[in-house]
Design a protein. Structure first.
Length: 78
């Protein structure tokens, strides 16, 4: 991958900070399960490069492009 380790660490920190104030134990358990699953799928190379790069889309200039038409929104998954 063409992403530096510092950038990956920053993204992981952002994901942790996004759920910083979650207090519900069931929600925490689900978040832990999802995190472990994502890690396992990535480490076992069950994900392709595009799956991993989706986490870094907002770092790319293409994601800051304004979506005008129906097809632009459709391709972006909105």
């Amino acid at each position: 991958m063409d992403i530096s380790a510092a950038l990956v660490r920053t993204k992981i920190r952002q994901e942790f900070e996004k759920h910083r104030y979650v207090n519900d134990l069931q929600t925490i358990d689900i978040l832990l399960f999802k995190g472990r699953t994502e890690f396992e799928e990535t480490m076992n190379m069950w994900k392709q490069k595009t799956h991993v790069m989706r986490y870094f889309d907002e770092l790319d200039n293409r994601s800051t492009k304004k979506l005008n038409g129906f097809l632009d929104k459709f391709y972006a998954g909105q």
